[in-house]
Ligand binder design. Structure first.
Ligand code: ATP
Ligand code: FE
Length: 337
Protein backbone atom coordinates (compact mmCIF):
# COMPACT_ATOMS: atom_id res chain seq x y z
CA UNK A 1 0.00 0.00 0.00
CA UNK A 2 1.40 3.38 -1.03
CA UNK A 3 -0.03 6.44 0.70
CA UNK A 4 0.59 10.08 -0.13
CA UNK A 5 0.08 12.19 3.00
CA UNK A 6 -0.35 15.95 3.15
CA UNK A 7 -0.02 18.21 6.19
CA UNK A 8 -0.79 21.95 6.08
CA UNK A 9 -2.44 22.76 9.41
CA UNK A 10 -0.18 25.60 10.51
CA UNK A 11 2.98 27.05 8.98
CA UNK A 12 4.76 23.97 7.62
CA UNK A 13 3.87 22.49 4.25
CA UNK A 14 4.69 18.82 4.27
CA UNK A 15 4.17 15.76 2.07
CA UNK A 16 5.19 12.17 2.72
CA UNK A 17 5.06 8.86 0.92
CA UNK A 18 4.58 5.71 2.96
CA UNK A 19 4.82 2.10 1.89
CA UNK A 20 2.62 0.43 4.51
CA UNK A 21 3.91 1.72 7.87
CA UNK A 22 7.30 2.72 6.47
CA UNK A 23 8.07 6.32 5.59
CA UNK A 24 9.83 6.47 2.21
CA UNK A 25 10.00 10.26 2.11
CA UNK A 26 8.92 13.08 4.40
CA UNK A 27 9.46 16.54 2.95
CA UNK A 28 8.86 19.52 5.25
CA UNK A 29 9.03 23.12 4.07
CA UNK A 30 9.18 25.58 6.95
CA UNK A 31 7.79 29.01 6.15
CA UNK A 32 10.46 31.55 7.05
CA UNK A 33 8.21 34.55 6.41
CA UNK A 34 6.65 34.43 9.91
CA UNK A 35 9.95 34.92 11.71
CA UNK A 36 9.93 38.70 11.17
CA UNK A 37 6.47 38.95 12.76
CA UNK A 38 7.35 36.91 15.85
CA UNK A 39 4.53 34.43 15.23
CA UNK A 40 2.47 32.78 12.51
CA UNK A 41 0.42 35.17 10.36
CA UNK A 42 -2.52 33.07 9.12
CA UNK A 43 -3.07 34.85 5.80
CA UNK A 44 0.62 34.62 4.88
CA UNK A 45 0.67 30.97 5.92
CA UNK A 46 -2.11 29.96 3.54
CA UNK A 47 -0.50 31.85 0.66
CA UNK A 48 2.83 30.15 1.30
CA UNK A 49 1.07 26.76 1.42
CA UNK A 50 -0.38 27.49 -2.03
CA UNK A 51 3.09 28.18 -3.37
CA UNK A 52 4.69 25.21 -1.65
CA UNK A 53 2.21 22.41 -2.01
CA UNK A 54 2.87 21.34 -5.61
CA UNK A 55 6.70 21.33 -5.36
CA UNK A 56 6.58 19.62 -1.94
CA UNK A 57 4.36 16.80 -3.24
CA UNK A 58 6.59 16.43 -6.31
CA UNK A 59 9.67 16.20 -4.10
CA UNK A 60 8.06 13.60 -1.83
CA UNK A 61 7.18 11.42 -4.84
CA UNK A 62 10.65 11.86 -6.38
CA UNK A 63 12.50 11.09 -3.14
CA UNK A 64 10.42 7.96 -2.62
CA UNK A 65 10.94 7.05 -6.29
CA UNK A 66 7.21 6.50 -6.67
CA UNK A 67 4.99 7.47 -9.59
CA UNK A 68 1.65 9.00 -8.64
CA UNK A 69 -0.07 6.18 -10.57
CA UNK A 70 1.23 3.75 -7.92
CA UNK A 71 -0.56 5.53 -5.06
CA UNK A 72 -3.25 3.55 -3.21
CA UNK A 73 -4.79 6.53 -1.35
CA UNK A 74 -4.26 10.13 -0.26
CA UNK A 75 -4.40 11.13 3.41
CA UNK A 76 -4.62 14.74 4.55
CA UNK A 77 -4.94 16.81 7.71
CA UNK A 78 -8.56 17.88 8.08
CA UNK A 79 -7.98 19.74 11.35
CA UNK A 80 -7.47 21.17 13.90
CA UNK A 81 -5.48 24.15 12.69
CA UNK A 82 -5.69 27.44 10.81
CA UNK A 83 -8.67 27.40 8.45
CA UNK A 84 -6.86 29.04 5.51
CA UNK A 85 -3.93 26.66 5.86
CA UNK A 86 -6.10 23.56 6.20
CA UNK A 87 -8.09 24.56 3.09
CA UNK A 88 -5.00 24.38 0.89
CA UNK A 89 -4.09 20.81 1.91
CA UNK A 90 -7.69 19.67 1.94
CA UNK A 91 -8.53 21.01 -1.54
CA UNK A 92 -5.28 19.71 -2.96
CA UNK A 93 -5.82 16.21 -1.53
CA UNK A 94 -9.42 16.10 -2.71
CA UNK A 95 -8.63 17.12 -6.27
CA UNK A 96 -5.64 14.81 -6.57
CA UNK A 97 -7.63 11.84 -5.23
CA UNK A 98 -10.43 12.67 -7.65
CA UNK A 99 -8.01 12.95 -10.56
CA UNK A 100 -6.33 9.64 -9.76
CA UNK A 101 -9.61 8.00 -8.78
CA UNK A 102 -8.22 6.66 -5.49
CA UNK A 103 -9.60 6.76 -1.92
CA UNK A 104 -9.34 9.84 0.28
CA UNK A 105 -8.56 9.62 4.02
CA UNK A 106 -9.11 12.44 6.49
CA UNK A 107 -6.79 12.69 9.51
CA UNK A 108 -7.06 14.49 12.84
CA UNK A 109 -3.72 16.26 13.38
CA UNK A 110 -3.69 15.63 17.14
CA UNK A 111 -4.40 11.91 16.72
CA UNK A 112 -1.55 11.87 14.22
CA UNK A 113 0.87 13.40 16.77
CA UNK A 114 -0.03 10.42 19.00
CA UNK A 115 0.01 7.71 16.35
CA UNK A 116 3.42 8.88 15.09
CA UNK A 117 4.78 6.22 17.48
CA UNK A 118 3.66 3.55 15.03
CA UNK A 119 5.80 4.79 12.12
CA UNK A 120 8.46 2.31 10.91
CA UNK A 121 7.68 0.04 13.83
CA UNK A 122 9.62 -2.95 12.53
CA UNK A 123 10.69 -4.19 15.95
CA UNK A 124 7.20 -3.69 17.39
CA UNK A 125 8.57 -1.32 20.01
CA UNK A 126 5.59 1.03 19.84
CA UNK A 127 3.38 1.27 22.95
CA UNK A 128 0.66 -1.34 23.40
CA UNK A 129 -2.89 -0.41 24.38
CA UNK A 130 -3.95 1.15 26.62
CA UNK A 131 -1.29 3.84 27.03
CA UNK A 132 -1.17 7.46 28.11
CA UNK A 133 -0.14 10.06 25.56
CA UNK A 134 0.80 13.58 26.48
CA UNK A 135 0.59 15.77 23.40
CA UNK A 136 2.65 18.89 23.88
CA UNK A 137 2.74 21.24 20.92
CA UNK A 138 2.38 24.81 19.73
CA UNK A 139 -1.40 24.76 19.91
CA UNK A 140 -2.22 21.97 22.37
CA UNK A 141 -1.38 20.42 25.71
CA UNK A 142 -3.35 17.26 26.34
CA UNK A 143 -3.19 14.04 28.28
CA UNK A 144 -4.98 11.35 26.31
CA UNK A 145 -5.87 7.78 27.23
CA UNK A 146 -5.32 5.76 24.09
CA UNK A 147 -7.43 2.59 24.19
CA UNK A 148 -6.91 1.73 20.55
CA UNK A 149 -5.79 3.43 17.33
CA UNK A 150 -9.13 5.13 16.95
CA UNK A 151 -10.42 5.02 20.49
CA UNK A 152 -8.96 7.93 22.43
CA UNK A 153 -10.17 9.84 25.44
CA UNK A 154 -8.90 13.29 26.48
CA UNK A 155 -8.31 13.17 30.26
CA UNK A 156 -7.04 16.71 30.62
CA UNK A 157 -5.94 19.70 28.60
CA UNK A 158 -4.83 23.29 28.88
CA UNK A 159 -7.38 25.88 29.90
CA UNK A 160 -5.45 28.71 28.22
CA UNK A 161 -2.03 28.74 26.49
CA UNK A 162 -0.41 25.63 25.06
CA UNK A 163 2.97 24.58 26.44
CA UNK A 164 4.69 25.41 23.13
CA UNK A 165 3.24 28.91 23.42
CA UNK A 166 4.58 29.13 26.97
CA UNK A 167 8.05 28.34 25.61
CA UNK A 168 7.71 30.71 22.65
CA UNK A 169 6.23 33.62 24.62
CA UNK A 170 8.82 33.34 27.39
CA UNK A 171 11.50 33.32 24.72
CA UNK A 172 9.98 36.39 23.11
CA UNK A 173 10.08 38.23 26.45
CA UNK A 174 13.80 37.46 26.59
CA UNK A 175 14.21 38.89 23.10
CA UNK A 176 14.80 35.54 21.42
CA UNK A 177 13.46 35.09 17.85
CA UNK A 178 10.41 32.98 16.95
CA UNK A 179 9.97 30.08 17.50
CA UNK A 180 11.84 30.36 20.77
CA UNK A 181 11.19 26.87 22.18
CA UNK A 182 14.29 25.23 20.70
CA UNK A 183 16.44 28.23 21.78
CA UNK A 184 15.21 28.03 25.37
CA UNK A 185 16.16 24.35 25.27
CA UNK A 186 19.64 25.20 23.96
CA UNK A 187 20.35 27.88 26.58
CA UNK A 188 18.86 25.74 29.36
CA UNK A 189 21.54 23.11 28.77
CA UNK A 190 24.18 25.57 30.06
CA UNK A 191 22.15 27.01 32.93
CA UNK A 192 21.18 26.26 36.51
CA UNK A 193 17.46 25.39 36.71
CA UNK A 194 17.18 26.46 40.35
CA UNK A 195 18.44 30.04 39.97
CA UNK A 196 15.03 31.68 39.55
CA UNK A 197 11.71 30.53 40.98
CA UNK A 198 8.34 30.93 39.30
CA UNK A 199 4.98 30.01 40.82
CA UNK A 200 3.25 26.89 39.53
CA UNK A 201 -0.43 27.28 38.54
CA UNK A 202 -3.06 25.82 40.82
CA UNK A 203 -5.28 23.84 38.49
CA UNK A 204 -7.32 20.92 39.75
CA UNK A 205 -7.18 17.47 38.17
CA UNK A 206 -5.45 16.81 34.89
CA UNK A 207 -5.95 20.18 33.24
CA UNK A 208 -3.14 22.65 32.62
CA UNK A 209 -2.70 26.41 32.66
CA UNK A 210 0.29 28.33 31.29
CA UNK A 211 -0.88 31.92 30.96
CA UNK A 212 -0.01 32.79 34.56
CA UNK A 213 3.58 31.68 34.07
CA UNK A 214 3.95 34.02 31.10
CA UNK A 215 2.65 36.93 33.19
CA UNK A 216 4.94 36.22 36.13
CA UNK A 217 7.93 36.01 33.77
CA UNK A 218 6.91 39.35 32.27
CA UNK A 219 6.71 41.07 35.69
CA UNK A 220 9.91 39.41 36.85
CA UNK A 221 11.82 40.65 33.81
CA UNK A 222 10.37 44.15 34.09
CA UNK A 223 11.53 44.34 37.70
CA UNK A 224 15.02 42.96 37.06
CA UNK A 225 15.78 44.97 33.92
CA UNK A 226 14.81 48.17 35.71
CA UNK A 227 17.72 47.59 38.08
CA UNK A 228 20.05 46.04 35.54
CA UNK A 229 19.37 46.67 31.83
CA UNK A 230 21.73 43.82 30.95
CA UNK A 231 19.89 41.33 33.15
CA UNK A 232 18.73 39.13 30.29
CA UNK A 233 22.08 38.96 28.47
CA UNK A 234 23.92 38.21 31.70
CA UNK A 235 21.51 35.53 32.89
CA UNK A 236 20.09 34.02 29.72
CA UNK A 237 21.27 30.46 30.40
CA UNK A 238 20.11 30.34 34.02
CA UNK A 239 16.89 32.08 33.10
CA UNK A 240 16.06 29.63 30.30
CA UNK A 241 16.98 26.70 32.55
CA UNK A 242 14.69 28.01 35.31
CA UNK A 243 11.76 28.65 32.95
CA UNK A 244 12.16 25.24 31.34
CA UNK A 245 12.40 23.58 34.75
CA UNK A 246 9.11 25.19 35.84
CA UNK A 247 7.36 24.06 32.66
CA UNK A 248 8.70 20.52 33.00
CA UNK A 249 7.59 20.37 36.64
CA UNK A 250 4.06 21.28 35.56
CA UNK A 251 4.01 18.69 32.76
CA UNK A 252 5.53 15.87 34.79
CA UNK A 253 3.28 16.58 37.78
CA UNK A 254 0.14 16.12 35.71
CA UNK A 255 1.52 13.14 33.87
CA UNK A 256 2.33 11.40 37.15
CA UNK A 257 -1.15 12.15 38.42
CA UNK A 258 -2.67 10.67 35.25
CA UNK A 259 -0.58 7.51 35.65
CA UNK A 260 -1.65 7.23 39.28
CA UNK A 261 -5.34 7.75 38.50
CA UNK A 262 -5.48 5.30 35.59
CA UNK A 263 -2.91 2.78 36.80
CA UNK A 264 -1.32 2.92 33.35
CA UNK A 265 2.47 2.89 33.28
CA UNK A 266 2.99 3.05 29.55
CA UNK A 267 3.56 6.70 28.84
CA UNK A 268 4.16 8.35 25.48
CA UNK A 269 4.78 11.94 24.48
CA UNK A 270 4.31 13.63 21.12
CA UNK A 271 4.10 17.05 19.47
CA UNK A 272 6.77 19.67 18.89
CA UNK A 273 7.71 20.16 22.55
CA UNK A 274 8.53 16.42 22.75
CA UNK A 275 11.70 17.47 20.92
CA UNK A 276 12.78 19.25 24.13
CA UNK A 277 15.87 17.60 25.62
CA UNK A 278 14.70 18.31 29.18
CA UNK A 279 11.39 16.49 28.85
CA UNK A 280 13.19 13.60 27.17
CA UNK A 281 15.56 13.33 30.12
CA UNK A 282 12.72 13.54 32.64
CA UNK A 283 10.86 10.75 30.90
CA UNK A 284 13.91 8.51 30.85
CA UNK A 285 14.35 9.25 34.55
CA UNK A 286 10.73 8.23 35.21
CA UNK A 287 11.43 4.79 33.76
CA UNK A 288 13.75 4.05 36.66
CA UNK A 289 12.04 6.09 39.35
CA UNK A 290 8.43 5.19 38.66
CA UNK A 291 8.75 1.96 36.72
CA UNK A 292 7.18 3.50 33.63
CA UNK A 293 7.76 2.35 30.10
CA UNK A 294 8.16 5.52 28.09
CA UNK A 295 7.97 6.32 24.40
CA UNK A 296 9.31 9.29 22.49
CA UNK A 297 8.94 9.54 18.71
CA UNK A 298 11.95 10.18 16.51
CA UNK A 299 12.82 13.87 16.36
CA UNK A 300 11.53 14.39 12.80
CA UNK A 301 8.12 12.95 13.73
CA UNK A 302 7.65 15.25 16.76
CA UNK A 303 7.18 18.60 15.03
CA UNK A 304 4.64 18.94 12.24
CA UNK A 305 5.28 16.49 9.43
CA UNK A 306 3.28 14.53 6.89
CA UNK A 307 4.85 11.22 7.94
CA UNK A 308 2.57 11.12 10.98
CA UNK A 309 -0.44 11.90 8.77
CA UNK A 310 0.63 9.02 6.54
CA UNK A 311 0.76 6.45 9.35
CA UNK A 312 -2.82 7.33 10.30
CA UNK A 313 -3.66 7.08 6.59
CA UNK A 314 -2.21 3.58 6.49
CA UNK A 315 -4.01 2.47 9.67
CA UNK A 316 -7.31 3.86 8.35
CA UNK A 317 -6.73 2.32 4.90
CA UNK A 318 -6.48 -1.13 6.49
CA UNK A 319 -9.83 -0.53 8.21
CA UNK A 320 -11.45 0.90 5.07
CA UNK A 321 -12.02 4.21 6.84
CA UNK A 322 -12.32 6.43 3.77
CA UNK A 323 -14.04 9.74 3.29
CA UNK A 324 -15.70 11.27 0.24
CA UNK A 325 -15.45 14.47 -1.78
CA UNK A 326 -17.99 16.30 0.39
CA UNK A 327 -15.47 16.47 3.26
CA UNK A 328 -14.55 19.95 4.53
CA UNK A 329 -11.62 21.23 6.60
CA UNK A 330 -12.35 21.65 10.31
CA UNK A 331 -10.41 24.31 12.26
CA UNK A 332 -11.65 23.00 15.63
CA UNK A 333 -11.58 19.24 15.58
CA UNK A 334 -11.55 17.40 18.90
CA UNK A 335 -9.80 14.05 19.30
CA UNK A 336 -12.21 11.13 19.04
CA UNK A 337 -15.04 13.21 17.55
P1 ATP B 1 -0.52 21.83 17.06
O1 ATP B 1 0.11 20.54 16.78
O2 ATP B 1 -1.09 21.92 18.42
O3 ATP B 1 -1.46 22.26 15.99
P2 ATP B 1 1.86 23.06 16.07
O4 ATP B 1 1.71 22.07 15.02
O5 ATP B 1 2.08 24.48 15.71
O6 ATP B 1 0.64 22.95 17.06
P3 ATP B 1 4.23 21.62 16.67
O7 ATP B 1 4.84 21.82 15.33
O8 ATP B 1 3.83 20.25 17.03
O9 ATP B 1 3.04 22.63 16.98
O10 ATP B 1 5.25 22.19 17.75
C1 ATP B 1 5.78 23.49 17.65
C2 ATP B 1 6.11 23.96 19.04
O11 ATP B 1 7.13 23.15 19.61
C3 ATP B 1 6.61 25.40 19.08
O12 ATP B 1 5.97 26.08 20.10
C4 ATP B 1 8.12 25.22 19.38
O13 ATP B 1 8.68 26.29 20.09
C5 ATP B 1 8.08 23.97 20.23
N1 ATP B 1 9.38 23.30 20.28
C6 ATP B 1 10.06 22.71 19.27
N2 ATP B 1 11.24 22.24 19.68
C7 ATP B 1 11.32 22.52 21.01
C8 ATP B 1 12.29 22.29 22.03
N3 ATP B 1 13.44 21.66 21.78
N4 ATP B 1 12.02 22.74 23.28
C9 ATP B 1 10.87 23.38 23.56
N5 ATP B 1 9.92 23.62 22.64
C10 ATP B 1 10.14 23.21 21.39
FE1 FE C 1 1.31 19.91 15.35
Amino acid sequence: IYILAIESSCDDTSAAILCNNKVLSNVVTTQEIHRQYGGVVPELASRAHQQNIVPVVHQALAKANIDKKQLSAIAFTRGPGLMGSLLVGTSFAKSMALGLNIPLIEVNHMEAHILAHFIDDEEMVAPSFPFLAMTISGGHTQIVKVNDYFDMEVLGETLDDAVGEAFDKSAKLMGLPYPGGPLVDKHAKNGNPHTFKFPKPKVEGLNFSFSGLKTSILYFLQRETKENPNFVEENIDDFCASVQYTILEILMGKLELAAEQTGIKQVAIGGGVAANSGIRARLTEAQEKLGWKTYIPKFQYCTDNAGMIGIVGYLKFKEGLFTNQSIAAKARYAIGS
